[in-house]
Design a protein around this ligand. Structure first.
Ligand SMILES: Nc1ncnc2c1ncn2[C@@H]1O[C@H](COP(=O)(O)OP(=O)(O)O)[C@@H](O)[C@H]1O
Ligand SMILES: [Mg+2]
Length: 334
């Protein structure tokens, strides 16, 4: 197949996406495909450079918005049209966050009738908005942390007392724990809210779920092994996510079989009620008493060597190259 790997982009997860893209491109090439890497936020000269290197790396902290290729939005249209002209069989969308994961790129590819990996434009949009995700989950009897949507018009007094402390404050539409705060006491609330507003105009404020950090990869119509994440920090933050040695992982997680099955079932249902397809990764918290809470569905999850979906697949004896093969062969457009 002739495949374009879309990577980079102009979101705050750009660096992660460049690393995912390099590794996806390498594996698909090994699988015998003709692969071209395209950064939708890059100029023509930058595309050439992208295809001559695979030495991207992820910094310890999320990139300062000052170094992101801002005001590159118009390049997306040009670059998608270039893909159309290349007459590719499929696009592997390794973009994380922003336009690459929120349905915009999916919609552009739909309009050009280019099949792409993963979820379509509507599921991508819903999954990117944590408030919409929670609405779909709650209306389908799926367990979510109690909380509210906090806008610029909201008041601190709107936050129900029963949420207690610690509280989670997070932007509605970011990823990689960007702009997320665990607020231990009321006096820290205002500054956390102010910071989170730097990343979006809507926030989620919800109860903190103590317990274990788990995630479930969905491949095709199947939930794979549960992965437990044990971050060195109290939160699975940007540094723990992307710095080697800052988290340890267990796949399959040490969870008794009946509960494992239940968690896999609700994760698969979460994927389906949002209308996701192909693959995704469902993030959950699991309390000491064994009650799982769904946090979100990642429609374009990380695909680096140390990412969670490849770890989950490996626990099922599916190696990285086979995993990508299964994903790309299910590429679709609407
Ligand atoms: N309600 C919550 N209770 C406890 N921890 C949470 C809660 N919400 C988020 N977290 C922590 O923050 C991390 C990121 O939150 P998540 O909702 O998955 O957003 P994203 O990964 O898109 O930034 C989670 O993996 C978890 O460690
Ligand atoms: Mg998450």
């Amino acid at each position: 197949m002739k495949i374009v790997v879309l990577m980079g982009g102009d979101s705050s997860e750009r660096e992660v996406s460049l690393v995912s893209g390099d590794q996806v491109a390498k594996a698909l090439t090994e699988n015998g495909h003709e692969v071209i890497k395209i950064d939708p936020a890059a100029t023509k000269a930058e595309q050439t450079e992208l295809n001559q290197t695979d030495k991207h790396w992820i910094g310890i902290e999320y990139p300062d918005t000052a170094i992101l290729p801002l005001h590159r939005g118009s390049l997306y249209t040009k670059n998608i049209l270039i893909i159309k002209r290349l007459k590719v069989d499929a696009v592997f969308n390794a973009l994380h966050g922003g336009k690459g994961e929120n349905g915009i790129v999916q919609g552009m590819l739909d309009a050009c009738e280019i099949p792409y990996s993963g979820s379509g434009r509507i599921a991508s949009m819903i999954a990117m908005e944590k408030d919409m995700t929670k609405f779909f989950f709650e209306s389908n009897q799926l367990p979510v942390p109690d909380g509210i949507v906090f806008t610029k018009n909201s008041k601190i007094t709107d936050i129900p007392d029963n949420l207690g402390y610690p509280l989670i404050v997070k932007p509605n539409d970011q990823g990689s724990t960007i702009g997320l705060h665990v607020v231990e006491k009321e006096s820290d609330l205002r500054s956390a809210i102010e910071d989170a507003f730097k990343f979006g105009s809507k926030l989620i404020i919800e109860e903190y779920i103590p317990g274990r950090e788990i995630t479930v990869a969905i491949l095709g119509d199947r939930a794979l092994s549960i992965v437990e994440i044990k971050p060195k920090h109290s939160l699975y933050d940007y540094e723990c996510k992307y710095t080697g040695g800052m988290s340890s992982y267990e796949a399959p997680a040490d969870i008794e079989p009946t509960l494992t099955k239940h968690i896999q079932e609700i994760s698969l249902k979460a994927h389906h009620v949002l209308g996701c397809r192909g693959y995704s990764r469902v993030d959950l918290r699991l309390t000491e008493k064994g009650k799982p809470y769904l946090l979100e569905v990642n429609t374009n999850p990380g695909m680096t060597g140390t990412s969670l979906v490849p770890k989950s697949a490996k626990a099922e004896n599916i190696n990285f190259n086979d995993l990508l093969e299964q994903i790309i062969k299910n590429a679709r457009c609407d």
